[in-house]
Design a protein around this ligand. Sequence first.
Ligand code: NI
Length: 275
Amino acid sequence: MKIGARPRRPLTAGMRRGTAGTVAVTALVAAVCGTGGPTAAPDPASATTRTVAASRTKAAGAPTVKDAKPVAGAAGERVDCKRAKCVALTFDDGPGRHTDALLRHLAAYRARATFFVVGRNVAANQAIVRRTYAAGHEIGSHTWSHPDLTTLPAAKVRAQFARTDRAIKAAIGVRPKLVRPPYGAFNAAVRKQTRRPLVMWSVDTLDWLHRDSSRVARKTLKSVRPGSVILFHDIHPTTVAAMPKVLKRLSARGYTFVTVSRLYGGRPPKLVYGR
Ligand code: NI
């Protein structure tokens, strides 16, 4: 099948689109991309917004979001990326068992990141998503079950988004503002099913393929530019283990780690590729 639009860089194996349906392909997708899920990016805006959203959720009978105490004053919330050297680290396919370790690494460098989560993983790990959001990170939608959206009829694409939106809202009190289609695969039909920005990337670390911390760090450090959107997968322990080095080296080069929304001053374009 044709992909209607592609990331600026050629599709890599990591972005290979499933040929749909077979158990083997499903297993590969699960291994490569986690159980897939949409990424929704709540506005990293204000602590007040989050607190209010949290109370509303609670009032609505959703799981409590009392853990979601916003972190005040982190560098990523104030920076103007038109002037500063910003980079958006993005983590797909979680949450998973290594996400908490990643949160600790990010916190050590006051780094903000964007997590494109898979809806069914969110439903199974609400507390981790709450902790992630409370730490100031952005939560975006990566669909409910990580399908290649270009293979689905419109109604199913919408269902993938809607179900994930509900799971994320139940976890953190707000609906995601950003969407990353699995494999970066979309076409005009998919594009019509949501008005939210579709977030691609400018650096693909191929972390899911190599599962090698040194290699992930090397690729990142070599490819990053101001304004880069870098693709990682926090379901792989090798990726999480690479982050201290990445964060340390990029901090030394003067980078500020921001959410995707912050990178674009709160107004990402309809298609995001980074620089
Ligand atoms: Ni994915």
